[in-house]
Design a protein around this ligand. Structure first.
Ligand SMILES: *Cc1c(COP(=O)(O)O)cnc(C)c1O
Length: 392
């Protein structure tokens, strides 16, 4: 069926998203005519500065922040690093204890572990089988020398949405700074830094139909952070280097579209997600859903399919034109099961059979039905070859 094999069904939007056509359109102008450096005094520079500040206002609006509280970065990873290292270093005289969770993205976990090697103390909170952090555990972990709590909003692998509002309230009550990685939720789940008591928050453009290599950190006014990068003093001396204007303009446009279309997108994604999960469960035996059944990202369907390898399924899905991901895909090359699946109590053996589908705005019901048609055949073939499949 050559026709069918040409069809591409991209369901890995938690990994990255395609740039929205309107985003690309908005960016092109800033590669061509409006190429100015926003720090320049002349008209070309001032035009770039205007575009920079317009984008900043758009991103501030997405999370309920003030424009001056947004710092542009090279992406979510840099924003997480800046928040954690910057806050830890700026407050090291107050204390050197940091609280995080076992299911954070590596941009957070590895940054915390780096600080732990340099004299900070780290508490890594466990999660329950659904992937939830218990806010009471956060409260109990707070010490006199705790300066920072960093717990993500939506988990990129299993989709669980954490009770950040409650955690933020606890942090505030104890005078501890609260950072949250909202790379997976921004633009999909409503965020309000005031209501949720968030002091710092990381976002990335390429997870919301913007370009790669651009992100932002929100830092509540009054919260001190030490810069990671020194130089020309851009971004109010907090992140030096000439700003990536085309990328930032694209980011601003992506955010504008996300605000406008958020509800329709979420509704569409939830219906695709639930159809996919329902379809997988009704056609394949020995499957477990990873993550919370309801408190989860609209675009995340993560399952473990027993007696098969995630990687093998990915390759066979890819041959059918279906792009998905597996628990170890992020650190691919290694056969280590995902730290997130291990943290929710999935055994290493079962974790190897994990599959994550993350649909996006362009996916359709037909796409989901095609996956639900092809996946059982793939699983059946792989199980027939697998020595660990129980013979009935
Ligand atoms: C993708 C992702 C990041 C990293 O963002 P980049 O812009 O790719 O550096 C951080 N945290 C989460 C939860 C992510 O999904």
């Amino acid at each position: 069926m050559p026709e069918e094999s040409k069809r591409l069904i991209y369901m890995d939007h938690a990994g990255t998203t395609p740039v929205h056509p309107e985003v690309l359109e908005a960016m092109l102008l800033y590669f061509k005519e409006q190429f100015g450096n926003p720090s320049s005094i002349h008209t070309v520079g001032r035009e770039a500065k205007g575009a920079l500040e317009d984008a900043r206002a758009q991103i501030a609006a997405l999370v309920g922040a003030h424009q001056a509280e947004i710092i542009f970065t090279s992406g979510g990873t840099e924003a997480d690093n800046m928040a954690i290292q910057g806050c830890a270093i700026a407050n090291e005289k107050k204390g050197k204890h940091i609280i995080t969770s076992a299911i954070e993205h590596h941009a957070v976990l590895d940054t915390c572990e780096y600080l732990a090697k340099r004299g900070w103390e780290l508490t890594v909170l466990p999660v329950d089988r659904m992937g939830l952090v218990d806010p009471e555990d956060v409260r109990k972990a707070i010490r006199k020398d705790t300066v920072l709590i960093t717990i993500m909003h939506g988990n990129n692998e299993i989709g669980t949405i954490e009770p950040v509002e409650e955690i933020g309230r606890i942090a505030r009550e104890h005078g501890v700074y609260f950072h949250t990685d909202t790379v997976q939720t921004a633009g999909i789940v409503p965020i309000d830094v005031g209501k949720m008591n968030i002091d710092m928050l990381a976002i990335s453009a390429h997870k919301m139909y913007g370009p790669k290599g651009v992100g932002a950190l929100y830092v509540r006014s009054g919260v001190r952070i030490t810069p990671l990068i020194y130089g020309g003093g851009q971004e109010r001396k907090r992140r030096s280097g000439t700003e990536n204007i085309p990328g930032i303009v694209g980011f601003g446009k992506a955010v504008e579209l996300a605000i406008k279309e958020r509800e329709q997108r979420a509704e569409h994604l939830i219906s695709l997600r639930d159809r996919l999960i329902g379809g997988i469960f009704s056609t394949i035996d020995d499957v477990v859903l990873n993550g919370h059944p309801t408190q989860r990202l609209p675009n995340n369907a993560n399952v473990c399919i027993k007696y098969v390898e995630g990687e093998s399924m990915l390759l066979m899905l890819d041959m059918k034109g279906i792009a998905a991901s597996s628990g170890s895909a992020c650190t691919s090359g290694s056969l280590e099961p995902s730290h997130v699946l291990l943290a929710i109590g999935v055994t290493a053996e079962i974790a190897h059979g994990s599959l994550r589908f993350s649909p996006g705005r362009s996916n359709t019901v037909e796409d989901v039905d095609f996956v639900v048609e092809e996946l059982p055949k793939i699983v059946e073939r792989l199980r027939a070859m697998s020595p660990v499949t129980p013979r009935k």
